[in-house]
Design a binder for this molecule. Structure first.
Ligand SMILES: Nc1nc2c(ncn2[C@@H]2O[C@H](COP(=O)(O)OP(=O)(O)OP(=O)(O)O)[C@@H](O)[C@H]2O)c(=O)[nH]1
Ligand SMILES: [Mg+2]
Length: 440
């Protein structure tokens, strides 16, 4: 996600860290690098110009120049400006004071509206809400079925529209209200039709739906991979229909980040969620400050800690750290860790949240993917307690038995043991021990 932009900006930070003093000359060089990085990321020209100018004025302030670590100060200024263009403070989704809250999704064809409807329903269930997904998409015959199927797979109720009903929107609304009355649905997630281009017909239809439903949120769903096109169409939707917020999808496939860094300034509307994959759990609440840290390679440790707090048993974690320190870490402990990692979500997501380099540098070498975690668990389950405590005793015959027991090939058993021993070696390295010693 935003890898190209991230690499470029990180090289600016590296350049600054290497300079003892901040001078007009090296600042001019840093600003030139920032400007190029943003332009190459396809960020709107005016946003780039303002960004660079604000950093320049702040960085050449006498108080910054006289400070003990001017380079660090400038890095902080860049980070703060990045947070600002991403929207500043967090802006949570709005719910109506009296339920149901109607959230209407609009956007161009294929931007991810229907998928996001499903993701939002799943998210709403997760915060103990009772969502209903509603399809107002009459353009494609299969559109209603698509959302109905998504709803079923998520265990969320679905409400569809027919062309006849849509001919008379007030009547359609009345029916919808009657359907939801006394059933406590909240929010109502309304999917709408998309078009390849913005045209009169679409705008008229969406205006009608909006005027009838009076949604508390009209959310523009934009495909981040389309860069400035997503920004331009967001502006058009804002002018013609009026938006309250933005969800950027397909950020997982966007290396450049031009849409993410321009859309808030261009529309004046906040990004509230981002889509980071096709599956329905791949929706993240958007936090500008965390995104800025991620882009600058400072790692989104906050999100990681939050996730860990939700799922990890603290007592167990402390016990694990103690064992690691004494190097008594066994396969039984390894299995416990795998279970915890699995509970925290996908491993690639976790690894993506860690700062690059430092003690975490070797973590990616472990080459664990999410499927592997489940397989490794199965393999460890097929071992005896003795084997788990002292895996050195696992010889060829034992490997074969474990493989049969777990339904995995022997090569998987070998791989698991190899990685476990590798991990042991990694943990004995000074960087890792140092990191552990910093933990409570
Ligand atoms: N990688 C990735 N793919 C996504 C994401 N969100 C949606 N998609 C994919 O984008 C494609 C289009 O998604 P839809 O939800 O059908 O888009 P839509 O806006 O409803 O399209 P129309 O109804 O035709 O206007 C699908 O293949 C989705 O799986 C995301 O965050 N990441
Ligand atoms: Mg759709």
């Amino acid at each position: 996600m935003l890898d190209q932009l991230s690499d470029r900006l990180q090289s600016v930070l590296k350049f600054l860290r290497g300079e003892a003093k901040v001078t007009e000359k090296n600042m001019a060089e840093a600003l030139r690098m920032i400007r190029l990085a943003l332009l190459e990321a396809d960020v709107n020209y005016k946003v780039v110009k303002d960004f660079v100018e604000r950093v320049r004025v702040k960085a050449l302030d006498q108080a910054v120049l006289d400070s003990l670590s001017p380079a660090q100060q400038v890095i902080k200024i860049v980070r703060d400006e990045l947070v600002a263009v991403l929207g500043g403070s967090d802006k949570p989704l709005t719910f109506a004071p009296a339920p149901p809250s109607i959230l209407m999704l609009v956007g161009l064809q294929g931007s991810g509206k229907t998928t996001t409807c499903g993701k939002l329903a799943r998210w709403a269930k997760g915060i103990a809400k009772n969502p209903l997904v509603v399809s107002f998409d009459l353009k494609r015959p299969a559109a209603q079925d698509q959302l109905a199927m998504i709803a079923e797979s998520l265990g969320v109720p679905f409400y569809g529209m027919t062309a006849g009903r849509m001919a008379d929107p007030p009547a359609a609304l009345k029916e919808l209200v009657a359907h939801t009355r006394n059933r406590g649905f909240d929010p109502l997630l309304v999917d709408t039709a998309g078009r390849l281009h913005i045209d009169e017909e679409l705008m008229t239809e969406l205006r009608l739906v909006k005027d009838t439903l009076k949604p508390v949120e009209t959310i523009y769903v934009g495909d981040a991979m389309t860069g400035q096109d997503a920004v331009k169409s967001a502006q058009a939707f804002e002018e013609r229909i009026g938006l309250t917020s933005i969800i950027l999808t397909k950020l997982d496939g966007d290396a450049r980040g031009g849409a993410a860094l321009s859309i808030v300034s261009a529309t004046g509307r906040p990004i509230k969620f981002i889509g980071v994959g096709e599956k329905y759990d791949k929706l993240e609440v958007f936090h500008p400050d965390r995104m800025a840290s991620r882009i600058l390679g400072m790692g989104d440790i906050l999100s990681l800690i939050e996730k860990a707090e939700e799922t990890v048993d603290l007592k167990e974690a402390e016990e694990m750290v103690r064992k690691l320190r004494r190097q008594e870490f066994t396969l039984a402990d390894f299995r416990k860790q795998l279970v915890q990692v699995r509970k925290m979500g996908s491993l690639s997501q976790i690894l993506g949240s860690l700062p690059r380099g430092g003690p975490f540098k070797d973590v990616s070498k472990l080459a664990l993917d999410d499927r592997k975690i489940v397989q490794f668990e199965a393999i460890i389950n097929s071992m005896t307690a003795e084997e788990r405590a002292g895996p050195r005793i696992i010889d060829g015959r034992r490997r074969l038995r474990i493989a049969r027991g777990s339904g995995r090939p022997v090569s998987d058993v070998n791989q698991l043991l190899k990685q476990f021993f590798e991990m042991g070696r990694m943990m004995k390295k000074p960087g890792f021990t140092k990191m552990l010693s910093k933990l409570p």
